[in-house]
Design a protein around this ligand. Structure first.
Ligand code: ZN
Length: 213
């Protein structure tokens, strides 16, 4: 487990694509972000969370950035559900086929949860995939697999018009919520940006820059 910033920890990277599983904590309450697939020879991401029970944390939410196979596995979700049966899974309306045994709340556009008195924002903002959910907590935006500094994406499930709407929506976030986003992390843990001007970063992400320059 690696601390990335106050209240945000990378539990580990899983599967051949090294998708991250993240822990968000504040005042003895916790949320898990992403349910990565694990392969033979790997432990379930849920195995790295036993200390939360031992140390008296309450895991309240299970969250997901998007449903690509490396980030979202039903097996991992079941493992977390078994360990933290009262944790509520929060998903944007785009997700489907969740087993009925898992308590799930679907949200439209965006929602704000409370984790130990801290706001935890979930914003449905499709760009890389139809389900893309940006998670904002303690001044950090967890960007999922969003490609930054370009409107383009490695996938074409989301039309360029819809991507533009998502980016413009994120561009309004700070002003609308009177909330400062200081950092962005990629959910693979392969991109970290500190001291960002998030609104400017979103403006820059509208540009039609080549993906792999
Ligand atoms: Zn990914």
């Amino acid at each position: 487990m690696t601390k990335w910033s106050d209240g945000i920890y990378l539990l580990g990277n899983f599967n051949q694509l090294k998708a991250g599983c993240w822990l968000l904590i504040h005042k003895k309450e916790a949320a898990i972000l992403d349910m990565p697939t694990y392969e033979s020879g790997e432990f379930s991401p849920a195995c790295y969370c036993s200390f939360l029970i031992e140390e008296g944390y309450k895991v309240r939410f299970l969250l997901s950035s998007h449903s690509h196979w490396d980030h979202f596995s039903l097996r991992t979700l079941q493992d977390f559900h078994k360990k933290f049966p009262t944790a509520m899974l929060y998903l944007s309306c785009q997700y489907q086929h969740i087993p009925p045994a898992i308590p799930t709340t679907y949200f439209q556009n965006e929602t704000v949860l409370d984790l130990g008195g801290e706001p935890l924002y979930l914003v449905h903002a499709p760009k890389h995939s139809l389900e893309d959910t940006i998670v904002i907590f303690r001044g950090t935006a967890m960007m999922g697999d969003w490609e930054l500094n370009t409107i383009y994406s490695v996938h074409n499930d989301v039309t360029i018009e819809k991507r533009r709407i998502s980016i413009e929506h994120m561009m309004e976030f700070e002003k609308e919520k009177n909330y400062k986003i200081k950092r962005t992390f990629a959910n693979h843990g392969n991109d970290r940006r500190d001291n960002v001007d998030f609104t400017e970063l979103m403006k820059d992400t509208l540009l039609e820059r080549k993906l792999f320059d």
